[in-house]
Ligand binder design. Sequence first.
Ligand code: AMP
Length: 221
Amino acid sequence: MTNFIDLGLSAPILKALQGEGYVTPTPIQAKAIPTVMTGRDLLGIAQTGTGKTAAFALPIIHRLAANKRSAMHKGCRVLVLSPTRELATQIAESFRTYGRHVGLTVAVVFGGVGHVPQVKTLSRGVDVLVATPGRLMDHLKGKSLNLAGTEIFVLDEADQMLDLGFLPSIRRIVAHLSKNRQNLFFSATMPPEIGKLAEELLHDPARVAVAPAATTVERVA
Ligand code: AMP
């Protein structure tokens, strides 16, 4: 059986996991964490409830801490796109929790709330930015955000993005990113449009697929 120490995560991260009471990595965590830590692109087929948020957040925090530097003015080191504000908020919360002994700056940006406070937060630059596509495009158009220095890009729930009509925005956002980045791509299902997007975005990705967690099935039932 694998544990979090065997995965090679650094001591401040292990301490945060201990604080959360996590003992055993979930299957997607055991498979994804060592790969993402090497800097390789990842295609993850997994639903919510499988532990996929930690599967990308933990190795990302490890990489940021292993190579400490300040985010660019108006920039971020990591960009996570999420289809909904609820999920964006949860992802940002997970980065704060797992990164609490590392000293990360985390910001979340979505529509339906004031624009100006977000502009102010972005102006300093942040390590991790979690955003919904529509409001992120607004910040790019308004020049309150510059993605040229982003080192890692995460697209979460890609199939939901398709259902919500976000694919054109995602392609426009990706055009602002540096070519020299790591890409992590997650989707519960792989309709052809999403397969095409994954092919455009990912370079020689590792593929990890996990069955839905029992809790998800129970929730549906
Ligand atoms: P997610 O699939 O990312 O939405 O995570 C589902 C839930 O599982 C969240 O509430 C996490 O806090 C929790 N979780 C994730 N990984 C672990 C783990 N290895 N051990 C215990 N709980 C976990």
